[in-house]
Write a protein that binds this ligand. Sequence first.
Ligand SMILES: Cc1cc2nc3c(=O)[nH]c(=O)nc-3n(C[C@H](O)[C@H](O)[C@H](O)COP(=O)(O)OP(=O)(O)OC[C@H]3O[C@@H](n4cnc5c(N)ncnc54)[C@H](O)[C@@H]3O)c2cc1C
Length: 236
Amino acid sequence: MSAWHSARLVGRREQSRTGRTLLFDVPGWPGHLAGQHVDVRLSADDGYRAVRSYSLAAPARGTGIELGVQTVPGGEVSPYLAHELPVGAEVEVRGPLGGWFVWRPGQEDPVLLVAGGCGIVPLMGMVRSHRLEGSRAPMRLVYSVRDPGQVWYREELTTGTGAAAASRILYTRQAPPGSSRPPGHIGAGDLLPPEGAGRLPVLCFVCGPTGFVEHAAGLLSAAGHAPDRIRTERFG
Ligand SMILES: Cc1cc2nc3c(=O)[nH]c(=O)nc-3n(C[C@H](O)[C@H](O)[C@H](O)COP(=O)(O)OP(=O)(O)OC[C@H]3O[C@@H](n4cnc5c(N)ncnc54)[C@H](O)[C@@H]3O)c2cc1C
């Protein structure tokens, strides 16, 4: 099991009303792969400790790592991390963790990323790693959110080139004016392979709340993707 590192909060960015990106400096950070996560440990003065997992949203920048935290109403850790932990304060992180839900830059398989809500976090790590490495693997992101106010990384996903430009945002409750697709849950027709995939088997990564992941994985399976090509991660 990896060691605990001390991690100093160096920045916080608003992604939605209830979602924040947190930037930490972690001296001694060993680096990580896209899709991996860390355990974050908070300790109170009375010795009480709480540990939760958060995904890495970007390739490491030296000792800098980026996490994305969605507030769970009534949650013990996420509201504190997202809104209250002061910049400059320290927590502990352990990682990187996970070896199955990862995308490696050398992989050439076409990739279909399917995100529900804050399930975008590790998949954004894959989009960014793909772009940073100049990968030629076809990649497509399908991102399902309730309404336009819930879109994280909006500018990067909607104005970028390459992999980010190959993203599609779907709305379940309220779509922006002029949207060609009415609001609704993700359907089989939304999960097309990336352009350029041809007949090659696609590697699928699905992340989000359990209900979303089960629904999307079921659609992918019904569309003929083999079970070992559908990698899933559930957030709660
Ligand atoms: C591998 C992994 C990676 C994760 N990555 C991220 C990430 O990148 N960003 C992120 O925001 N979260 C992520 N999570 C979820 C995160 O670890 C916490 O579960 C979440 O932040 C809630 O913690 P909490 O202490 O606020 O809530 P808790 O106090 O643990 O729970 C409060 C109540 O909310 C329910 N609940 C717990 N989690 C959720 C949830 N996600 N959605 C809805 N209800 C929930 C609980 O059942 C409980 O009733 C990840 C989880 C795993 C396992």
